[in-house]
Design a protein around this ligand. Structure first.
Ligand SMILES: [Fe+2]
Ligand SMILES: [Fe+2]
Length: 292
């Protein structure tokens, strides 16, 4: 059977092939973090061997989104304050933008990053509130769910902009129209990218089904909701207006799209709707992403 990348148009295949694979130090850290016998000091030691990775991680930890109220100057201090469970989120948050490197500039690329980080933070928040044992999985899946769009925006910017323009009036994302315009949709491209970087099946499942979560379990449902929360707060890939809690009943909407097994809290709007949240995400992306 063809692998995911073989089903993509040539330009998208070439774009993915040219992206670096995960650096060895990052893979080693992730393996260690997934090992039940791991300890945070070993991960910190691995990270410290890469000065750039450590510096970028500390910069992220000190950004306003983590709201630590005091400067963190070492990895061990960061682990003490945040817990080692967040290391995976931090490592991937600072690594993925590096892997894409300096690419085409423009509003679309920036919006995709803002939306991706917003969805990751929201997914993590939801996962914590519904009692998931590994909220980091939700964060990583949130960060990755639309990465296929980033690949498309980098190499097929013009058809991508046309597609976004022609579907701007539709609240739901139209995967079929995307396939007609681009030759593939971002779930297909995202899977090929997840394969390229060796992400686990859980991330691949979220990428595949985040626009149609019915029957695909809680992780997919969580990203579906986080995706909508990010959009409602104005961190959307398309030019959608922010939606207030009065205009959109998130809890009622969740009941229609989610498995009844997933008991979401009633106050999700509080996070995405808080006045400075979207601004914090934008500021973070400004810091982390090298656009242009
Ligand atoms: Fe998507
Ligand atoms: Fe999305």
């Amino acid at each position: 059977m063809d692998s995911a990348i073989d089903q993509l148009p040539l330009a998208l295949r070439a774009e993915i092939d040219e992206l670096p694979t995960l650096p060895a130090v990052v893979s080693a850290c992730l393996d260690e973090l997934h090992d039940p016998r791991s300890n945070s000091q070993r991960v910190a030691d691995l990270m410290l061997a890469d000065v750039g990775l450590t510096a970028r991680a500390l910069k992220l930890v000190n950004s306003s989104i983590f709201a630590l109220y005091r400067e963190v100057t070492s990895l061990s201090h960061a682990i003490a304050l945040l817990g080692s469970a967040r290391l995976e989120e931090i490592i991937l948050s600072v690594t993925l933008p590096q892997l894409f490197g300096k690419g085409p500039s423009g509003t679309l690329v920036k919006r995709i990053w803002e939306h991706s980080f917003a969805t990751a933070f929201m997914a993590r928040e939801i996962a914590v509130r519904v009692g998931c044992t590994r909220p980091a999985d939700a964060y990583v899946a949130g960060l990755m769910h639309d990465m296929g769009l980033l690949v498309e925006a980098r190499c097929l910017a013009a058809p991508m902009r046309d597609f976004l323009k022609t579907t701007a009036d539709h609240p739901e994302w139209n995967l079929q129209a995307e396939r007609q315009a681009i030759g593939a949709d971002h779930t297909m491209v995202g899977i090929a990218l997840a394969d390229h970087w060796g992400f686990p099946d859980g991330v691949r499942e979220v990428i595949s089904y985040h626009h149609a979560p019915a029957g695909h379990g809680d992780p997919v449902a969580i990203i579906h909701v986080a995706d909508r929360c990010a959009e409602n707060s104005g961190l959307a890939i398309r030019e959608l207006e922010p939606v207030t809690a009065e205009e959109f009943d998130l809890t009622a909407w969740c009941r229609t799209v989610l498995p009844s097994s997933l008991a979401l809290p009633d106050d999700l709007d509080l996070v995405a709707g808080s006045a400075d949240w979207a601004g914090q995400v934008r500021a973070l992306v400004q810091e982390l992403i090298h656009i242009g």
